[in-house]
Design a protein around this ligand. Structure first.
Ligand code: AMP
Length: 533
């Protein structure tokens, strides 16, 4: 059995991995880290949940020279959510080497990101559109960038970003080392790899370790018109702790969301017509475990690390077997088990067969309490999870005295992120406001604030590390913010502590200074502006 130490990692990186709690490398890490350390280009065929972030993040950290202020590595991500996730992960790997990792993504003020780049960013993690913008403005210098990673290249393809990716690659030194990660290798991605990678080492996590082992796969044959009733039956029988229900289209997603909502379900919708702010709201509610059912399109839900999803329902058969692998990869993550149930219309038998061929095992007909042959050993654990044990992803809501307005700053959030396409639809505001009014309250009287802020003052959403997995509680986070910034506790709103990171809203006036003060305090907590309104 390989240990991280067998991969010839340096002591600061081994220590950082121990701090994070990684005990041994996952298959993609075991296979991907050595060629990357040798300086080879790598194609990694793996999806989120496989541990691919460390497969490229650890070699980057090994390679970065913290004594130089140049940007030495660039990681491109398709979405802002993935950008934040990857940034936090790489910061963790580099925590004992003083490596500065800066996130640059659309939907947040560009000036703040420019000033962070100016003050030195060894590793830049960014969404495609924002990175191109920063390069064009001369704010991101890539002449010393020797390491470029394309993370979730297939999603970049789906979102139409490959041209921009090529533009960015052409702006990096030709002697760079390039790694491309993608769950699937569609022809345009293969072509990109042929054009921009030099004799890459192809590292592949077998799809059966992604799917068969940890996800029981079922199908139900059901005519289109009977799908709503079938879904109700599946939900009643499976009692998912958290389920993602996939539809093919935005319209279908919205229609199903409304239907489920009108029937009294606690449900949210996620699709590309929502603004980034709205998507943040939906994701926070879902990631926090407050919402059991998320109806989503493929584009909106891919690449997300949500460890509490017990079920994936393919309400519509996915467009391709690759998409199927992506979808069911949302459950059965990081050692947990999951169940995937695919609704197949009578004329879609061939599509089901194509999926089965791709994945390598047949789906089992679904019935209440059904298990698959491979899933029997997991069934007890899965059912226990489905009965509603405490979620692994801890979210603490701030107590009333620190919350003036819970939840993310959705209203009026800038929407220039790559995936924010059109005007807001009804789904998200509805989705993200239902819990807010009860918690909204005026600042308490009778306590002399150090700096007083009106609760109605515009807020700036900040993202902070660490999260609950480092033992951080709401009160620690508020304390870290108030003690370093001089802000009054009541000025810190909407605090959420997630597994790996946390969010809070602070008054927009002086937000940049406050973030600087938090980071300068040298404590456990580090902050960055996410959204300003
Ligand atoms: P990723 O595929 O990189 O998004 O990782 C999926 C999840 O697995 C994240 O929550 C990681 O923190 C976790 N993880 C990745 N590698 C390891 C490892 N070697 N040991 C334990 N957890 C890991």
């Amino acid at each position: 059995m390989t240990a991280f130490a067998d991969l010839r990692l340096s002591e600061p990186v081994l220590e950082a991995l121990r701090d994070i709690g990684y005990e041994k490398p996952s298959p993609i890490q075991e296979q991907g880290i050595p060629p990357m350390l040798e300086g080879r280009d790598v194609i990694g065929q793996a999806q989120t949940g496989s541990g691919k972030t460390a497969a490229f993040g650890v070699p980057i950290i090994e390679y970065v020279d913290p004594t130089s202020s140049d940007t030495q590595a660039l990681v491109l991500t398709p979405t802002r959510e993935l950008c934040i996730q990857v940034t936090q992960a790489i910061r963790g790997f580099g925590a004992r080497k003083n490596v500065e990792v800066v996130a640059t993504f659309g939907g947040a003020p560009i000036r703040e990101q420019i000033s962070r780049l100016r003050s030195g960013a060894h590793v830049v993690v960014g969404t495609v559109g924002r990175v191109l913008d920063l390069i064009d403005r001369g704010a991101l210098q890539l002449s010393s960038c020797r390491f470029v990673v394309l993370d979730e290249a297939d999603e970049m393809l789906d979102l139409g970003f490959l041209d921009d990716v090529e533009k960015i690659l052409r702006r990096t030194p030709s002697g760079r080392q390039t790694a491309l990660f993608s769950a699937t290798m569609a022809p345009p991605i293969r072509k990109l790899a042929d054009n921009f990678l030099y004799e890459p080492e192809h590292v592949k996590v077998k799809s059966d370790t992604l799917t068969v082992d940890s996800v029981e796969q079922f199908f139900v044959e059901v005519p289109s018109k009977d799908k709503p009733e079938q879904l109700a039956e599946v939900i009643a029988a499976e009692r998912p702790r958290q389920a993602i229900v996939f539809c093919r289209t935005k319209i279908g997603t919205d229609r199903l969301f409304r239907l489920l909502r009108d029937r009294g379900n606690n449900v949210r919708a996620l699709h590309g017509d929502l603004s980034q702010g709205q998507r943040d709201g939906v994701m926070l509610a879902f990631k926090g475990g407050r919402v059991p059912i998320l109806v989503a399109t493929d584009v909106a839900a891919r690449g997300l690390d949500i460890s509490t999803v017990t079920h994936v329902v393919n309400y519509d058969v996915p467009r391709s077997p690759d998409t199927y692998v992506h979808r069911i990869g949302r459950t059965g993550r990081a050692g947990a088990t999951g169940r995937a149930i695919t609704f197949v219309e009578p004329k879609q038998g061939r599509e089901r067969e194509a999926i089965e061929e791709h994945v390598g095992i047949p789906m089992t007909p679904w019935a209440k309490g059904a298990t698959t042959p491979t899933g029997d050993r997991h069934a007890a654990a899965t059912r226990a999870a489905a009965k509603g044990e405490a979620p692994a992803e801890v979210v603490e809501e701030a107590p009333a005295d620190v919350v003036a307005e819970a939840g993310p700053a959705v209203a009026g959030a800038p929407a220039d992120a790559p995936t924010a396409e059109a005007a807001p639809v009804e789904a998200a505001p509805e989705a993200s406001t239902d819990e807010e009014p009860r918690r909204r309250q005026k600042p308490r009287r009778g306590r002399k604030p150090q700096i007083h802020h009106d609760a109605d003052e515009p807020g700036t959403r900040i993202v902070l590390v660490p999260g609950a997995d480092d033992g951080l509680a709401i009160r620690d986070l508020v304390e870290a913010i108030t003690s370093s910034t001089g802000l009054d506790g009541e000025a810190v709103r909407g605090v959420s502590v997630l597994e790996h990171f946390s969010f809070a809203t602070i008054p927009s006036s002086g937000a940049a200074d406050a973030v600087e003060a938090i980071n300068a305090a040298g404590g456990q907590v580090r902050a960055e502006v996410l959204l300003a309104d």
